[in-house]
Design a protein around this ligand. Sequence first.
Ligand SMILES: *Cc1c(COP(=O)(O)O)cnc(C)c1O
Length: 397
Amino acid sequence: METEDYCFETRLLHNRHKVDPATGAVSVPIQHASTFHQFDIDQFGKYDYARSLNPTREALEDVIAELEGGVKGFAFSSGMAAISTAFLLLSSGDHVVITEDVYGGTFRMVTEVLTRFGIQHTFVDMTDLDQVKQAIQPNTKAFYVETPSNPLLKVTDIRAISQLAKEIDALTFVDNTFLTPQLQKPLELGVDVVLHSATKFLAGHSDVVAGLAVVNDDALAKRLYFLQNSFGAILGVQDAWLVLRGLKTLHVRLEQSQRSALTLAEFLQAHPLVEKVYYPALEDHPQYEIQQEQAYGAGAVLSFELKDEDVVRSFVSNVKIPVFAVSLGAVESILSYPAKMSHAAMPQPEREKRGIKNSLLRLSVGLENPEDLIKDFSQAFEKLAHNELVLQRGESK
Ligand SMILES: *Cc1c(COP(=O)(O)O)cnc(C)c1O
């Protein structure tokens, strides 16, 4: 049996870097050296300088490539470093069609940095293929997809977009942060570059910032390697090791969190103080079918709307278990406020156009017992209901 035949959770542990060939160590050694002695003037070894290649980073790059089913992986100092470096595959005069409710940092990169280098963009609702087609220009060279999207959990038909891209010889990028290769394999659906904020589910413990990219084509791998080495936003070795360690438990973490996320989504959907729940595993989600078809699950992130900003403020001050913070995909549940956190880089009118209201909260479900989370949310809602009642009585006086 080859390691490729193992199930995903087995391959998280039993892959090419299961043991260190030099010592048998069952944890990838952290190689701090920045430079490597060359034993021959005519022929240099595989490693020469650590920006170009380092065995610890290389182990992580191998593992993520294998998990995504690609030929080569790349590790960067952050998700944004991975995304920004991938955008350097484009040139001045090129045009990108991009998901409108993209991660706030990607929005900022595309609108405020790439434009200065003559790379144009059009934001579209990627769930609407007609809109995508209409956005195509003679110089469209890439499609940038985030699915499920952030924070509204809209689902894009990855295969349809990569098909469109192939017809015009453009690249398709997919930010796979929310689902990871455990639940979604974009390369199998025709995508060219898979991107990750490994800060989230892959590392999973809120203790490292890292980014990854994977490609499925040798020529593209060469181009991206050239950019990684030229731009130099590589992942440090300690951080590479933390991601490698986090990856070993990805399957159990994500399974558990995903199961709890569905429980929470159903609880929230049934609650009278919740206006709307966004989660692709709910049957009334507009792209439920596509999600079922292209992914193995809906992940562990959901969003929900309360009545208004004041209600959000009061709810957030009353919940006790989730940390109220930026980020997602961690062992602890993280409640965040997209309008002022992940999407603060997006101006208010742009946010409103995209439906990212000031009454929206995003929840990344962690490993707590979901019943504890439900109890916690319930007591916060009860306080809200109580305040509302007091308010109403005051008004009617
Ligand atoms: C966090 C995040 C990023 C950016 O990653 P960093 O590691 O913070 O640079 C990109 N895309 C998505 C979907 C994210 O959640």
